[in-house]
Design a protein around this ligand. Structure first.
Ligand code: SF4
Ligand code: SF4
Ligand code: SF4
Length: 247
């Protein structure tokens, strides 16, 4: 049986999620035993269009990005969004909270008119996405599991419970009880609650669970003297994108 052909593509991002694939140093030869990588700008000069699985990092933040992403979709069997930028809009979508023209001038100065910037958006705002590997950056172990599952014809699934579950399993004190905030009540688990374990609030870099228990979140916030609006305003780093940003 022919090995699945893989392409790894990047849009607006730090490309840290593509880099995470190169950093699978101990596993890369095993990966190459079950798949062929045929397009990967960070790792090779050859570029082939037709792939069985396209792994894509980065948000779409220019009209050119959108057209290129549609081309990738047409030439790929499966499209997998890797990392928060591609999955939820991530850091690039923070600009959607600002005036776009002013932001362009601030970043590009008198060259601003050469850039066809649009509000940044996740891949799913423009094309069908078959799976996502969330996080900033994505989790390398989840990437390897997905590649193995696809090669074996299995269905890949992400955890669909909140970070609080993993946080409790770690035996951490809740940050709300220490006077801090946290998004772990509604954020998707799978990171082993790494941030609260080291005393930092969860900022939901892995996005939200499919059906967040917003009532429970509200109760936790009310008990801590916070409102949902206040906390959502504070945690905009990874989840700023809203469907109305697509014109
Ligand atoms: S999700 Fe984070 S690590 Fe990945 S490309 Fe975006 S900014 Fe970089
Ligand atoms: S709210 Fe944050 S600190 Fe508290 S249990 Fe949940 S993940 Fe842990
Ligand atoms: S704890 Fe929250 S912010 Fe930290 S890695 Fe996990 S989902 Fe991301």
């Amino acid at each position: 049986m022919a090995k699945p052909r893989i392409g790894i593509f990047s849009f607006t991002s730090c490309e840290g999620c593509s880099l995470a694939i190169l950093e699978c140093e101990n596993e890369l030869l095993d990966v190459l035993a079950i798949v062929d990588i045929v397009n990967f700008r960070e790792g090779m000069t050859e570029k082939e269009d037709d792939v069985d699985i396209a792994f894509v990092d980065g948000a779409l933040s220019t009209r050119r990005d959108v057209e290129h992403m549609k081309h990738i979709r047409e030439h790929s069997g499966l499209v997998v969004a890797i990392g928060a930028c591609a999955h939820t809009g991530g850091v690039p979508a923070m600009k959607n909270n600002l005036n776009l023209d002013e932001t362009k001038r601030y970043v590009f100065g008198d060259q601003a008119d050469h850039f066809d910037s649009i509000p940044a958006r996740p891949l799913c705002a423009e094309v069908q996405v078959d799976a996502a590997l969330p996080g900033c950056p994505m989790d390398r172990a989840e990437f390897l599991r997905l590649v193995l599952d696809v090669a074996q014809g299995k269905t890949f699934r992400l955890p669909n419970y909140p970070v609080c579950v993993e946080c409790k399993l770690q035996g951490n004190p809740c940050l709300f009880d220490l006077g801090l905030d946290c998004m772990g009540v509604v954020a998707r688990a799978g990171c082993n609650a790494v941030c609260p374990t080291f005393g930092d609030p969860c900022e939901a870099c892995r996005g939200y669970v499919d059906h967040p228990n917003t009532q429970s979140h509200q109760e936790v916030l009310t008990k801590a003297g916070r409102t949902v609006e206040e906390i959502m305003h504070r945690y905009t780093r990874y989840n700023s994108f809203k469907p109305e940003h697509v014109q």
